[in-house]
Structures are given as C-alpha cells and as structure tokens.
Design a binder for this molecule. Structure first.
Ligand SMILES: [Zn+2]
Length: 148
C-alpha cells in the first residue's frame, strides 16, 4: 500500500478490524518512511466498481486514488483524513446500494462535490475547478497540485 503522503510503498499495519458487517477489512497503517498514518479497506469477494472515464476507457474504482485527490483538495484545510475517508466510504456504499457496477467519472466527481459542499468551501472550489476536465484521479491530483 502506497503512502498517500510521500508515495513510499512500505507500511506497517497498526490496527485491523472488520468493517461493513464483515465484507471488508479496515486497516490503519503507518508509513515506514514518513510515519504518516492512513486507512485502507480491503474488500472481500466483491465485484469491483468500474469507473468510466471521459475518454471512453475504464478502470476499477480505486479508493486510494480518490483519497489522494481529496487529500490534496483539502490540503491545509481543517478537514480530518478520517472525514475524507468517510466521504469515500459513503460514495462507495451509495454506488453499491444502487446496484450499479459502473459510474462515470463525471458523476463520481459530482458525488464528491455534493459531500464536500457541506464540509469545506475552499476544498469544494479546488475540487470543482478541476474535476470537470479530469480523466482519472491521477490526472486530477496533478491538476490540483498545480493550484497550490
Ligand atoms: Zn509516507
């Protein structure tokens, strides 16, 4: 698991517990390089959600990528990483509950914005100003970095 702060590949697990009624394992990890702590979820036997990108390609929904994008949008803002994690969990649960296996990246962006709106105005504007054009979360992260 790559550290969302520094990108280092090695981390240690400091806590594991089951989540979503046993369908996932939530792990708290600590980066072995920068000691940043972050949360990962490992889904057990679920079909992956597919994100359809604006260029017509698709990829598996990736919590970590979305988390990194949101972390950058919320940089230096009073938004706790656990709050970001909760936003993503909420989006993922909504998608799964809706029974859909696919989501357009644009709709995913809208879902994020709808949740950011009530949390932090600056993070909302940062996200809104670039999400329209982003093809995937990596590209979005780079665009946001350019705004800092
Ligand atoms: Zn790190």
């Amino acid at each position: 698991m790559r550290c969302p702060e520094c990108g280092y590949e090695e981390s240690k697990v400091i806590d594991s517990r089951s989540a979503d009624e046993g369908s996932a394992i939530r792990r708290r990890r600590e980066c072995l390089r920068c000691q940043n702590r972050f949360t990962t979820y490992e889904r057990l036997g679920e079909r992956p959600l597919i994100v359809l990108k604006s260029d017509g390609s698709h990829e598996a929904f990736d919590r970590q990528k979305l988390f990194r994008g949101l972390l950058i949008a919320c940089a230096k803002r009073p938004v706790d990483p656990d709050r970001i994690d909760a936003i993503i969990t909420d989006i993922e649960s909504s998608l799964r509950m809706s029974g859909t296996a696919e989501v357009h990246s644009k709709d995913l962006g809208e879902m994020v914005l709808a949740r950011l709106a009530g949390i932090d105005d600056v993070a909302y504007i940062r996200f809104a100003s670039v999400y329209k054009d982003f093809k995937d979360a990596e590209e979005f992260s780079s665009a946001l970095k350019g705004l800092e």
